[in-house]
Every structure is written in structure tokens, then in C-alpha cells.
Design a protein around this ligand. Structure first.
Ligand code: SAH
Length: 251
């Protein structure tokens, strides 16, 4: 049994209790060294075999898993944030299926949720946006039809843009072309929940320049939308004049 574990955004205390226990019990650990905080591995067993997947291609990762399985060792594959978001764990799971090796996934706190937390914001503000789009810019890997930033921008929803901090000029141009006002608020969060976290706020018109000034070139998320502003409607759920399953409306 191989376990895929979401390591969370950075702060080792944001690992789930289950993820932590499985890392602590593991004989073989494969982790994405470029993004996972090594602190999440701190409780590992003495003598655990630790591999940084940054130096490995898919076949090598699978070979390590296959060998661990053959030797009856507990193997964990530690991904940053949650593996279901740009984690590339599907291709590993499919290879394990072919080999008849079982696995399970322990979810983690994705960096986009940690980003909302450090900004003290809610992505789904009533009357502003009730939809969250997680996407990335077209870079070295192309986007499927209909998913270019300019297409998605037409929805005016809350947008979370991963993996694209190197393309800020193009990103902001596409957001405006898609219909966002240049005054729409934007925040860029570098290494959310790490000790060297940085937050840059601005608008679509000025964020690219501010990000350059801050020297941010990687490991950052760009979040866009009016949810960053201060205008919204109060929720119905907690409205005293609104009846819910649990509470009668007051007169
Ligand atoms: N599975 C991860 C995302 C992997 S893709 C998750 O759920 O968060 C890697 C990209 O995620 C980075 O380029 C960056 O855009 C974002 N990212 C990962 N960790 C981050 C963090 N702590 N703060 C800000 N962005 C982060």
C-alpha cells in the first residue's frame, strides 16, 4: 500500500494528523523537495529512506514504490498542498493500478486555501462571487480548448492562478481582455504560511509592477476578484430574518 499525502502549503502544523502519522511510520518517503517544507518530515523514523522527487522522473518514482512494496516497506509519496491540484499523482496511481499495487490518498490543505487564510478573506462573498476558478497560464504546457485565461476571465468569478508568477504582464493583459476592470483588486501571496511569506496587494493595473519590485519569481499564487474588496451582501445563513433548517426567523 502506497500512501499519497498532501503536505499542506508550508507550515508543518498544517499537515493532517493522519498525514503526519503515516509520514512518521514510513520506511520510504518520496517528497517533492522543490515545494514541500522539509519540516513536515521531521518526525520520520530513524533510517527511513528519503527521496527528493525533483531529481526523479516518473519511472524512477514508480521503481522506488515497487521496490518498497516488494520488500514489505511502508511507502509515502508526499505532495505539496493537496495532490489533486496540479499534483500529477493521477499518472502515478494509474501506473500502480497496472502493477496491482494498492494506494490511498490523504488530502492536504491546498495553497489556495492557505492563501485565503493568510489574507483573511472569503472567496465566495454573497452578491460578489459564488464561484472559484483555479487555473494557470498557458506556459510550457498548453491549456485545453476554452480554458485560456481570457476565456475564464469572462465569468468575473474569483480566480486563483497557480504556477504563473513569471508571466504577470501577460496575465494582467489577458484578465483585462477577458473583461475585468483594471481596478479589480489582486493579491499575490508568496510562500503562504512559510516564515518568509510575502503578500503583495494591488489592482490588475499595477500588480505586475509591484510583484517585480518585491522580487517574487516563484512559489506564489495570484488571486483576483472583488472578494478582495469590502462591498458584499450579508449571508442569508446567519440572517436573523431568514429561516433555516436549524433556526426560525425572528419577527
Ligand atoms: N498541489 C499544490 C499545487 C502544486 S502546483 C497545492 O495544492 O497547493 C505549484 C504551485 O502552487 C506554485 O507554482 C504556486 O503557484 C502554488 N503554491 C504552492 N505552495 C504555495 C504556497 N505556500 N504559497 C503560494 N503558492 C503556492
Amino acid at each position: 500500500m502506497i500512501t499519497f499525502i498532501g503536505a499542506g502549503p508550508g507550515d508543518p502544523e498544517l499537515l493532517t494528523i493522519k498525514g503526519k502519522r503515516l509520514i512518521d511510520e514510513a520506511d520510504v518517503i518520496i517528497f517533492a523537495g522543490s515545494l514541500v517544507n522539509p519540516g513536515v518530515l521531521d518526525g520520520h523514523k530513524e533510517g527511513a529512506e528519503i527521496h527528493d522527487s525533483a531529481y526523479l522522473h516518473l519511472d524512477q518514482v514508480i521503481e522506488i514504490m515497487e521496490r518498497a512494496e516488494r520488500e514489505g516497506k511502508k511507502c509515502v509519496r508526499v505532495h505539496t498542498g493537496d495532490p489533486a491540484i496540479y499534483g500529477a499523482h493521477r499518472e502515478q496511481m494509474d501506473r500502480l493500478d497496472e502493477l496491482g499495487i494498492t494506494y490511498e490518498v490523504v488530502p492536504g490543505v491546498s495553497s489556495f486555501l492557505a492563501t485565503a487564510a493568510v489574507l483573511n478573506k472569503e472567496y465566495t462573498l454573497p452578491g460578489k462571487s459564488q464561484t472559484v476558478i483555479c487555473t494557470r497560464m498557458e506556459g510550457r504546457t498548453p491549456m485545453p480548448p476554452g480554458e485560456k485565461l481570457v476565456d475564464l476571465a469572462r465569468h468575473h468569478s474569483t480566480m486563483i492562478i497557480f504556477l504563473s508568477i513569471g508571466f504577470m504582464d501577460e496575465m494582467t493583459a489577458q484578465l483585462m481582455e477577458g473583461g475585468y476592470e483594471p481596478t479589480t483588486p489582486v493579491a499575490v501571496v508568496y510562500k503562504a504560511t512559510w516564515p518568509d511569506q510575502k503578500i503583495v496587494t494591488g489592482t490588475i493595473a499595477d500588480i505586475a509592477e509591484k510583484v517585480k519590485e518585491a522580487g517574487i519569481t516563484k512559489t506564489a499564487l495570484t488571486v483576483v476578484g472583488d472578494f478582495l474588496g469590502d462591498e458584499y451582501e450579508l449571508s442569508k445563513l446567519y440572517d436573523k430574518h431568514f429561516t433555516t433548517e436549524f433556526r426560525q426567523a425572528e419577527e
